[in-house]
Design a protein around this ligand. Sequence first.
Ligand code: GDP
Ligand code: MG
Length: 304
Amino acid sequence: MRFGRLRDSLRKTSQALAGRLKALVKGRRIDESLWVDVEEVLITSDVGVEATDALVDAARTAAKHGEILKSEDVVPWIRGRMTDRLTAGDHGLRWNEGGTTVVLVAGVNGSGKTTSIAKLTKWVTAQGRSCMVAACDTYRAAAVAQLTIWSERLDVPIVKQSQGADPAAVAFDAAESAASRGVDVLIVDTAGRLHTQRNLMEELGKITRVLGKKIPGAPHETLLVLDGTAGQNGLQQTRRFREHAEVTGLIVSKLDGTAKGGVVLSIKDDLDVPVKFVGTGETADDLAPFEPATFVAALFGDED
Ligand SMILES: Nc1nc2c(ncn2[C@@H]2O[C@H](COP(=O)(O)OP(=O)(O)O)[C@@H](O)[C@H]2O)c(=O)[nH]1
Ligand SMILES: [Mg+2]
């Protein structure tokens, strides 16, 4: 994805965050009231209490030690610190180089799972890897139809059964088919679920086990799709979800429609699970592999 595109889709957040920060530091004295204002901007952009406290405390100390000399320096300083905080952790996709890489996609209803799968498919095939999708959201006929349309548009095979079929049976078929055809990447769509829905969480476990039986090490990634517009609520949701299922990474969707993109910073602090992709629109092209420096640059509305 071009940097300009990511920056454009993060505009709402960057206006709320960087735009307001830049405006408020102009010609100010570095005193407690400045830090209070900075804190407020970070919190309202959903950077989260912990990350905000850490950033502002560090900035205060830097000012005391003469690393920040004038108020205008606060913004680039915070920007640098944000990048540092995001850099740790493995943000790349884990490949199964010896065989089919299986990516299981989960999350609550409407978070953007199926759309993210279309985007991932496009991203994978653009790298010259072959891809297959599995329609394991068998509860609604519309869900299978939606994934079928994407698979046709993106010209990749789909494994599906009729509505009401056992999702684990579809996963089994898909893993078998992908392995025997030597497909590079199998992406598995699932029905929306909440951590409180015990049966559905058990079903997710079953899908996971079935995939692992057919393909060693599968699923190699279990990506949770988090709706970026939910901000801190999404974070809480993710925390609970992870208590019931192993999650190896996150896709944060819908960052184009929100001023709460700062949530990505609190994910890092609170959850210790890497953000692997960000979704920035409704087309198959609107996905960016998460790269901390690029993300922060876009968050601050930097020019190319
Ligand atoms: N603006 C925007 N809309 C998105 C994004 N991802 C998904 N959507 C929309 O969110 C809605 C739900 O998406 P869907 O993939 O069906 O969610 P699912 O129920 O989790 O599979 C659809 O209208 C999508 O077009 C995104 O990154 N940006
Ligand atoms: Mg879906």
